[in-house]
Design a protein around this ligand. Structure first.
Ligand code: TRP
Length: 466
């Protein structure tokens, strides 16, 4: 068996897992979903899903990994349920698909960091010509996946844990710096009001539904990323409270991203946030509007604030690409006994290749840019959107559904309980564990089952329920 390594400390594990969770999803998707979903009204629903539904699934994933000390495919086999290793393979497929397009988006952000620190604010004037420049974006995405692979290849404690210990505190500092700056802009208060005052009239079934999807993706659940990270966790660490802390951190950083983004939007729109209620243009806002805002701050301050913003985005993306790359890497190490460094670099190369259609599908090739018209839709979506729908939404919800069924009805309470390993539990962790047992049996399978089914019917067959 090839050497697997492990986290040195529980804090390292928590930071790496929180790093996986905190990503582009938190910083750019979340604030705009809140904007469209009625501010604090959305926030409440989101918190509810994160803690009531996602936190138990996270506990289950970490427990499966920790008790088997194996990545997903091997883990199900080790528990004695070889047939369930299919769930591990499904996770592998989602990881490869998600990373293939996520890396391209990370490359856009990282490329913007480069442009802005050189004072090239004009990139924002022609975002579509930027993304369709496939040679340039291709180069950025090679750099990004190589950076990710370099960290992952160095191993769990020397690579992933060290990187998380540097990047996560930095990320929090950067975001606080930007919040302070954003709050000093004209109309900041109007933005904050829009964020924190609930508007329940926006709470349609659709909004509730997207809150759940967002929470699940944001917490990196459903593909075994946390089974993998859990497999490097020490046998005596408290799984339940770790999962609670990771959930809390992810939600908290998303909340902070809102405190930063709403004042920015209010500044640009001079206090008229009504556009945000229908916004689906978060991409345009971040890549077209914000650079102009940074430019208006003057050459020095603009480079500083803009540079910090895109650095923040790149860091958030990097801690997530690390976890996405770790899943297939750990599979090759555990299951095929390939040495870690070789495994990492080969997976990275494969990911880059699978990502080429996503790279070309942002303007360079009309075939991939207008890839498919789905049933019930009137216009074509790009290859990237299609892959994100398959890997990032369908596979994850099905994966999460199967993981909760497995934990509750196949692995069962006694083993799960032993895997959570509460030797000297505090009152809180005992209470949390009781809740997790209840939810993984009676709440998660039902809700995730419904979500998987409706997602499939809606996305691929055009059957709409909402
Ligand atoms: N959670 C990350 C984000 O919000 C994305 C991500 C990283 C992810 N690893 C994952 C999603 C594993 C699902 C599964 O951007």
């Amino acid at each position: 068996m090839a050497a697997r390594g492990g986290f040195n400390t529980r804090l390292g594990f928590i930071l790496a897992s929180a790093g996986s969770a905190v990503g582009l999803g938190n910083i750019w998707k979340f604030p705009f979903e809140v904007g469209a979903g009625g501010g604090a009204a959305f926030l409440v629903v989101y918190l509810f899903f994160a803690f009531v539904l996602c936190f138990p699934v996270m506990t289950a994933e970490i427990a499966i990994g920790r008790s088997t000390q194996s990545s997903p495919v091997t883990a199900f086999k080790k528990l004695g349920f070889s047939k369930w290793s299919g769930v591990g393979y499904l996770g592998l497929a989602s990881g490869l698909l998600i990373l293939s397009f996520y890396n391209v988006v990370a490359a856009w952000s990282f490329g913007y960091f480069f442009e802005i620190i050189q004072g090239h604010f004009a990139v924002g004037d022609s975002f579509s010509s930027y993304t369709s420049n496939w040679i340039k974006i291709g180069a950025y995405s090679i750099i990004f996946i190589m950076g990710t692979a370099y960290i992952v290849s160095r191993g769990v404690s020397q690579g992933i844990e060290k990187a998380a210990k540097i990047m996560m505190p930095t990320l929090i500092l950067l975001i606080f710096g930007l919040i302070i700056y954003a709050l000093s802009l004209p109309n900041a208060f109007v933005g904050i009001q829009h964020y924190l005052l609930p508007d329940f009239s926006k709470m349609t079934a659709n909004v509730v539904y997207s809150a759940l999807g967002q929470a699940f993706f944001s917490l990196s659940l459903g593909m075994g990323a946390l089974i993998t990270f859990g497999s490097y966790l020490n046998k005596d660490a408290d799984v339940v409270t770790s999962a609670a802390i990771i959930t809390f951190t992810d939600v908290f950083i998303a909340f902070l991203a809102g405190l930063m983004m709403f004042p920015f939007v209010a500044y640009v729109t001079e206090g008229d946030l009504s556009a945000m209620s229908t916004i689906s243009g978060e991409e345009a806002f971040i890549f077209e509007t914000l650079p102009a805002v940074f430019e208006s701050l003057g050459p020095n301050l603009g480079v500083l604030i803009g540079g910090i913003f895109f650095l923040l985005l790149s860091f958030a993306a990097l801690t997530s690409t690390i976890s996405l790359l770790e899943v297939p890497t750990a599979f090759l190490v555990d299951e095929k006994e390939i040495n870690r460094s070789k495994a990492t670099w080969s997976v990275a190369a494969v990911i880059f290749i699978i990502g080429i259609p996503s790279l070309l599908g942002a303007g360079a090739s009309s075939f991939f840019s207008e890839f498919v018209i789905l049933p019930g839709q009137s216009s074509a979506i790009s290859f990237m959107s299609f892959i994100s729908m398959v890997g990032g939404s369908t596979f994850l919800s099905v994966g999460g559904f199967l993981i909760s069924i497995f934990t509750a009805f196949v692995w069962r309470k006694q083993n799960f309980s032993r895997a959570i390993n509460l030797e000297n539990p505090s009152l809180i962790s005992r209470w949390l564990a009781n809740y997790v047992h209840f939810a993984i049996r009676y709440v998660c399978p039902v809700v995730l089952g419904i979500i998987s089914l409706t997602t499939i019917l809606n996305n691929y067959f055009g059957v709409s329920f909402l």
